[in-house]
Design a protein around this ligand. Structure first.
Ligand code: FES
Length: 166
C-alpha cells in the first residue's frame, strides 16, 4: 500500500485549498496542518492502473478485414466487467484503425443494435455513424440528445492487440 508522509499531506492540503479557491481562517488551516504534524501514516488513494481490456484481433474473424464489425462484452484483466457489463461495438476501419463505441443510446438508455449494417437504437430508431458515434437520424426521438459514446483505443500492429480505454 502506498504511504504518504506528513510533509506531503501538508503540501496536499495547501495546494488543494489553492486549487479549490478555498480561503480558510488561520485557526482552521492551523488545525489542519497541526493534524498533519502527527506522524501517522494514512493510505494514499489508489492510483489508476491503466488496466484496460485488451483483445487479440486474430481471435475474432469478424474483424479480420476492414469493414468488419462485432459486438462483445469486455472484461478488465481482473475479470470484472467493463462498461457496466454492457456490450461494446468494435468496427475495423482499415488495417490499423478501429472504432470502439458504446451500445447504449444516450436518449433513453435503450440498446443500440446493427440493423442492415447501420447502428440503430431499439427504442426510437435513431441511427448513428459507426466511426464517430454521431447521430445521423433522430428516428422517433423527437428531440436532440448526445451521440453514442466513443471509447479511445490503441492497436499494436506487432502483437495484433487492441486495447480499449474504457
Ligand atoms: S432511446 Fe435511443 S433514440 Fe430514444
Amino acid at each position: 500500500m502506498n504511504k504518504i508522509n506528513r510533509d506531503e499531506r501538508r503540501d496536499f492540503i495547501l495546494k488543494s485549498a489553492k486549487i479549490a479557491g478555498v480561503t480558510f481562517c488561520g485557526c482552521i488551516m492551523g488545525s489542519l496542518i497541526t493534524a498533519c504534524d502527527k506522524d501517522e501514516e494514512i493510505a494514499a488513494p489508489p492510483m489508476p492502473t491503466g488496466d484496460f481490456p485488451v483483445i487479440k484481433i486474430a481471435d475474432y474473424p469478424a474483424l479480420a478485414a476492414p469493414g468488419g464489425f462485432m459486438m462483445t462484452k469486455l472484461k478488465y484483466k481482473d475479470g470484472s466487467p467493463a462498461n457496466s457489463g454492457n456490450n461494446v461495438f468494435i468496427f475495423r476501419i482499415d488495417q490499423s484503425s478501429f472504432a470502439t463505441l458504446d451500445t447504449i443510446c444516450l436518449h433513453k438508455s435503450a440498446p443500440v443494435n446493427i440493423v442492415g449494417g447501420v447502428l440503430t437504437c431499439d427504442l426510437h430508431a435513431a441511427k448513428f455513424d459507426s466511426a464517430t458515434g454521431a447521430i445521423t437520424d433522430h428516428g422517433f426521438a423527437g428531440e436532440d440528445f448526445p451521440p453514442l459514446r466513443i471509447f479511445p483505443n490503441e492497436f499494436d500492429a506487432e502483437t495484433g492487440e487492441l486495447k480499449i480505454k474504457i
